[in-house]
Structures are given as structure tokens and as C-alpha cells.
Design a protein around this ligand. Structure first.
Ligand code: NAD
Ligand code: USQ
Length: 382
């Protein structure tokens, strides 16, 4: 298949581009490289030293003989996007290219507006580009489990069967997102659903949980292919942050009570989920939603798991309940369905002690790169 991976220089996109290329697909990356500029803006860095995108794809070619094309540009620039679609004529468009940090979107009005314009307009351009140039292309869009929030009922995969005043229907599951970033994903979902209905496009919205880990089989092939790994309070996410905090002797930063429960998955499963979605495309006119996570954990449970493994490795670890910078429930019901990807063949990588140990060992190599002042959160929701 001919595939575009938009956001292919990022944490999920880079390993996905390699994985799809390794499977024999013809991969083209679109990325504006803006993620690297956000590191400069917030004076932070990837824990791992990452090569330039050009060096990365050259090394991949040297190692495998497989060519990944790169198109440097912004999805918000429609003329650029049209040109790429015309040149590549993709069968699938994998869309990771958004501003994905909740704290970044909550810095101030400018960052909220930027996040929503970047994400919503970028996705709208992809929809119009597909309609105009490649109407049969399958859009595989990264959404988030955070679109649903934490309702006091089970979370279904995209749609819920409702009986109301003697009538019934299958309707989109209610959305209660928890940040300006998560809201942008809800807006995207609505726009994609409408485009599928109105223009007969085909789309899969992957409501992904929090991704942890770092390596995949492909990124491990050479140090130049290493993935980025975020640890700071703006872009770092719960489990990866805790492992890195344990490595540098920092208290594990559980926000508030720590009963916040979310869906999680290993980056190795992210790349496999994209493969599965691509090989089983949605029908024309279908807006399909998969919940892309493998296990549910509360943040306090995760901190305890990390503490146990790190102590077995001879590290001293303290769990701190710090004041929660976010507005969110710290104790709540959480149970979400995630059967659709498993029905299509996903075999989950579970979070065993050994998986945590492997990530910890990988992280220890680079722990001196951590800028400690970036670990504690300073962006608040209110
Ligand atoms: P990332 O920030 O590491 O990568 C995103 C990439 O997209 C970056 O390389 C950036 O330069 C690029 N980009 C952003 N806006 C762009 C634009 N307008 N035009 C072109 N390129 C642009 O993020 P990630 O962690 O790889 O996340 C990828 C996607 O997966 C996001 O949509 C995110 O919402 C979703 N997701 C991530 C996680 C997670 O835990 N990392 C969990 C659920 C969903
Ligand atoms: N948390 C802590 N301590 C930390 C960091 C986070 O207790 O040091 C808590 C947060 O308060 C929150 C939970 O952990 O309750 C998850 O936070 P996170 O920063 O790990 O993840 P989140 O902000 O939700 O965002 C990440 C990605 C985003 C993706 C989302 C999936 O950055 O792109 O959409 O995970 S989900 O959480 O399912 O919405």
C-alpha cells in the first residue's frame, strides 16, 4: 500500500513509519518538525538524543534498502498538502500530526487557540484534500481516549445504544474532554464523521490511551533510529515520567490522590494497531471508532509498580502526592471497551515487571540528559 504518515517525526509516528516500511508498504512522512521547536520554546529536550529526520530515513535506507520519502511542511498549508497528495496518491493516510500535550494547550489563550487551529484546521485540510484528490483513501486518525472523559458508566467504542422515551438509536458516545487539547480531538471527530457521511470518505478514529515505552523492533536496529522520549511536565506522560523520575532519584509525581484511571498501551502495540487498521480499512462512508489501549491503571497503581521494580534494581524511590495542576476527578469509575482491535488480531503487550525493567534500563543510559527543573508541573488548569 502507499501510505502517508503525517507526524512521522514524532514519538508515535516515527516508529510507525519504520514498522509500515518494514512490512513492505511505500511510506511517505509529512512533518513540519514543529515538535522540535516546542522543545526549544519550553527549554526542554527528548531524554534520548534524536537524529534529524533526514539522518533517520538515510540510516533506515542504508540498513534495509527501503526508502521513506519525506515532505517537510504543515498540514495547515493546503497547497502543500494537495501537492503531496497528488504526488503520492496514498491508499491510507495515517494522521498523527497534531499538538498533543494537554498542559501545553492550557498555558494561556494563545496556546489554546494555536492547539485548536493547528489540530482542527490541519484535519479539515486532510478531509478536503482527500475529497478533492484521493476520495478512496482510508483516513486513520489518532484520536484519544480522553475524548470520553470519565463518565460513571462503561465507555463504549465510539457509539452507544440509547433508548429514550420509547424510541432507540445508536449515537456517538457522549464526550467530556478534560483540556483544550482533548477538546480539539472531539472537534476533529465531529468533522471527520460529517465528512464520511456527506462525501462518502472512509475513516477510522483510533481513540488511543496513554502510550508508554520507547523502543520498537525497528527503532532498536541502530542508535540513529532511536525514538524520542518525553519526560518533562508538558509533554511527558504518566508511566514514562514515573520510570524516568525513578531513574534520576526524583519523587514520583502522582497528581493529587492518584485514583485517576486511564487506558494505557505500549508503543510496540501502537505500531501494530496502525498496521491492523490499515489492513482492514473502513468502508466508503463509514466513520469507525476503535478504542486503542490494552490495559487500565490508576496513576497511583502505576507509581507503585514502578517503585517496586526500581527498588528491585537497587534504586530508592519515593511516591509523592503533589497538588494536582489539573481539574479532573481523582477518584472515579472507569471501565472502557477495547475489543475491536483485539478481534482484528491485536495481541496486547502487557505491563509486566519485566517490561517496566526493560524501559528503566533503556532510560538509565540517558538519565544525565534530564533537565531536572522541567520535571515538576507549573502549568495549571485554572
Ligand atoms: P509528537 O508530538 O511526538 O508527534 C507529533 C508530530 O506531528 C511531531 O513530529 C510534529 O512536528 C508533527 N506536527 C504537529 N502539528 C503538525 C502540523 N500542523 N503539520 C505537520 N506536522 C505537524 O506526538 P505523539 O506522542 O507522537 O502523538 C501523535 C498523535 O497520537 C497525536 O495526534 C496524539 O494526540 C495522539 N496520541 C498520543 C498519545 C501519547 O501518549 N503520546 C496518546 C494518545 C493519542
Ligand atoms: N499524571 C500524574 N502525574 C504525572 C503526569 C500525569 O498523576 O506526572 C496524571 C494526570 O493528572 C492524568 C493522567 O496522569 O490524570 C494522565 O496524564 P498524562 O499526562 O499521562 O496524559 P494526558 O494528559 O491525558 O495526555 C496523554 C497524551 C495525549 C493523549 C492522552 C491519551 O499526551 O496526546 O491524547 O495521553 S488519554 O489520557 O487517554 O486521553
Amino acid at each position: 500500500m502507499k501510505m502517508i504518515v503525517a507526524g512521522g517525526d514524532g514519538f508515535c509516528g516515527w516508529p510507525t513509519a519504520l514498522h509500515l516500511s518494514n512490512l513492505g508498504h511505500e511510506v511517505s512522512i509529512i512533518d513540519s518538525k514543529i515538535r522540535r521547536k516546542w522543545d526549544q520554546e519550553i527549554h526542554s529536550n527528548s531524554l534520548t538524543p534524536i537524529a534529524s529526520l533526514e539522518e533517520r530515513v538515510n540510516k533506515w535506507y542504508q540498513l534495509t534498502g527501503k526508502k521513506i520519502n519525506i515532505y517537510i511542511g504543515d498540514l495547515n498549508h493546503y497547497d502543500f498538502l494537495r501537492e503531496v497528495l497528488k504526488q503520492t496518491e496514498p491508499d491510507a493516510f495515517v494522521h498523527f500530526a497534531e499538538q498533543r500535550s494537554a498542559p501545553y494547550s492550557m498555558i494561556d489563550r494563545e496556546h489554546a487557540v494555536f492547539t485548536q487551529v493547528n489540530n482542527v484546521v490541519g484535519t479539515l485540510n486532510v478531509l478536503y484534500g482527500m475529497k478533492e484528490i484521493v476520495p478512496d483513501c482510508h483516513l486513520i486518525k489518532l484520536g484519544t481516549m480522553g475524548e470520553y472523559g470519565t463518565p460513571n458508566i462503561d465507555i463504549e467504542e465510539g457509539y452507544i445504544h440509547i433508548k429514550h422515551k420509547g424510541r432507540e438509536d445508536v449515537l456517538p458516545f457522549p464526550k467530556q474532554p478534560g483540556s483544550m487539547y482533548h477538546l480539539s480531538k472531539v472537534h476533529d471527530s465531529h468533522n471527520i464523521m460529517f465528512a464520511c457521511k456527506a462525501w462518502g470518505l472512509r475513516a477510522t478514529d483510533l481513540n488511543q490511551g496513554v502510550v508508554y515505552g520507547l523502543h520498537t523492533d525497528e527503532t532498536q536496529m541502530d542508535p540513529v533510529l532511536i525514538n524520542r522520549l518525553d519526560y518533562d511536565a508538558v509533554f511527558g506522560t504518566a508511566l514514562n515520567r514515573f520510570i524516568i523520575q525513578a531513574a534520576i532519584g526524583h519523587d514520583l509525581t502522582v497528581y493529587g490522590k492518584g485514583g485517576q484511571t486511564r487506558g494505557f498501551l505500549n508503543i510496540r502495540d501502537t505500531v501494530r494497531c496502525i498496521e491492523i487498521a490499515a489492513e482492514n480499512p473502513a468502508d466508503r462512508g463509514e466513520f469507525r471508532v476503535f478504542n486503542q489501549f490494552t490495559e487500565e491503571f490508576s496513576v497511583f497503581d502505576l507509581a507503585e509498580k514502578v517503585k517496586k521494580v526500581a527498588e528491585e534494581e537497587g534504586l530508592q524511590v519515593n511516591i509523592a502526592h503533589i497538588e494536582n495542576p489539573r481539574v479532573e476527578l481523582e477518584e472515579h469509575y472507569y471501565h472502557a471497551k477495547n475489543t475491536k482491535l483485539k478481534d482484528l488480531g491485536l495481541e496486547p503487550t502487557l505491563l509486566t515487571d519485566n517490561v517496566i525493567r526493560e524501559i528503566l534500563h533503556a532510560v538509565m543510559k540517558y538519565k544525565d540528559r534530564v533537565i531536572r527543573k522541567n520535571v515538576m508541573p507549573d502549568i495549571t488548569w485554572n
